[in-house]
Design a protein around this ligand. Structure first.
Ligand SMILES: Nc1ncnc2c1ncn2[C@@H]1O[C@H](COP(=O)(O)OP(=O)(O)OP(=O)(O)O)[C@@H](O)[C@H]1O
Ligand SMILES: [Mg+2]
Length: 404
């Protein structure tokens, strides 16, 4: 048995391992077959009661919970996902499960049975997200009905049956004030970000994996005036800003015959014809960067996107690499990015000291050097604790976009 790093226990008993008998589950499953939406609590309890088993009310409650997790949720992983502190659940092997509760990864004391059980769970989760996962199509990126982001790989891509990565989606987006309250940005920067959104600056939110890019993007979108039409292009639907007029467009993988795929590039191009007031790209990760830069250079301002970059200094190289996928040369990227992008908001996650806190570490201004190279000039930095350090470029940003 594995203990977690913090000595924490895993999910409650009863949800451990496979927890609930297959026969009982099959009974409930067949009673619920043909129903569209998941059943209510009363209905599920009735189905369990009809199994002919005599159960006390407490046992029935536990069983209904486990049955719901098995049939409609993430099975034995569901209790982990329900922990409000948990942001990620990672399954590497039946007995190797990790969670992130905000202080970095911790191993959990939970065993999911055999590698076949883990594979079966991955397949079922993928199906719940409307995708298939099998030998012919062994990778999946999907969103579960409750919003949880699922990534799963099965053999032959990985040896150990399946690798599952789940990212919990918060039911409501953090507001900018909540992010300030959590010390994800210094209070003084709140009005600056509001000014940038109101002033329709084109912004790139950057950072490493899991640093809070999507979260900050959603908080910024929640500041967009309610009378604007926001078209969000994403690989898998994740953004849930608090805004009354959001049109989400999600890419689709081709089927096994290779047909029916819809690329991010197509979606960005189509988004432009949907009378958007703002174009949002969940994550720039490929050739679609060309369409986005083009849009931002042709009067579609107020655009927002995230990009994966571990430091502000590598953003130009990262943009060049992505645009190269679309056949764009360095000089063209530099011209388009400097013309189309205004500001970069760079996030960092602190691991030193084991805090694991996510915060806005730098504000950058996109420019070009004298010899025409793309450059992100650091306008302000914050170490996550003390006072932010700002320079003249920060004042320029502030005076240009002001404070709403
Ligand atoms: N400031 C914060 N305080 C607490 N939790 C946060 C904060 N920012 C983000 N999170 C949580 O951290 C997790 C990762 O955040 P998010 O998805 O925004 O990161 P990301 O950088 O977009 O990740 P990825 O690289 O996978 O796209 C989410 O569960 C989110 O709710
Ligand atoms: Mg993200």
């Amino acid at each position: 048995m594995n203990r977690t790093a913090g000595g924490d226990v895993g999910p409650p008993d009863g949800a451990r391992g496979r927890g609930i008998e297959t026969e009982l589950l099959d009974g409930v499953r067949s009673r619920m077959a043909g129903r569209g939406a998941p059943p209510g609590d009363q209905e599920l309890r009735a189905a369990l009661r009809d199994s002919g088993r005599v159960l006390g009310s407490a046992a029935l409650t536990d069983l209904a919970r486990a049955a719901r997790a098995e049939l409609y949720g993430a099975g034995p992983l569901q209790p982990l996902l329900e922990d409000p502190r948990v942001t990620d659940v990672l399954v590497n092997a039946p007995d190797e499960i990790w969670v992130d509760r905000g202080a970095g990864l911790e191993r959990v004391d939970l065993v999911l049975g055999t590698p076949e059980d883990v594979r079966a769970l991955a397949v079922r989760l993928a199906a719940a997200g409307g995708q298939r996962l099998d030998d012919a199509s062994p990778l999946v990126d999907a969103r579960l009905p409750d919003g949880t982001r699922l990534h799963a790989v099965v053999a032959p891509v990985c040896e150990q049956g399946a690798v599952i990565s789940l990212r919990v989606l918060r039911a409501h987006a953090f507001t900018l004030d909540e992010l300030v309250a959590r010390r994800a940005l210094p209070p003084a920067w709140g009005p600056v970000l509001r000014g940038l959104v109101a002033g329709r600056a084109n912004m790139l939110v950057s950072g490493g994996t899991g640093t809070g890019k999507t979260t900050l993007l959603a908080a910024l979108l929640s500041l967009v005036p309610g009378d604007e039409r926001v078209v969000c292009v994403e690989e898998a639907r994740e953004l849930a800003p608090d805004h009354p007029h959001v049109v989400p467009l999600t890419a689709r993988r081709p089927n096994v015959e290779g047909a029916g795929g819809v690329e991010l590039t197509d979606l960005v191009r189509n988004a432009l014809r949907m009378r958007p007031d703002r174009i949002v790209l969940g994550e720039c990760r490929g050739a679609e960067v060309r369409e986005v830069l083009m849009a931002l250079n042709t009067g579609h301002d107020g655009g927002l996107a995230t990009i994966h970059a571990n430091a502000v200094a590598v953003i130009p190289a990262r943009l060049e690499a992505l645009a190269a996928l679309a056949g764009m040369g360095r000089a063209a990227v530099a011209a388009q990015a400097a013309g189309g992008l205004d500001v970069v908001l760079h996030l960092r996650r602190d691991r030193a000291g084991g805090v694991g806190r996510r915060y806005l570490a730098e504000i950058g201004r996109v420019t070009r050097t004298d010899d025409g190279e793309l450059r992100v000039e650091v306008a302000a930095t914050w170490d996550g604790a003390g006072e932010p350090v700002t320079g003249p470029t920060f004042e320029e940003i502030r005076s240009r976009w002001g404070t709403p």
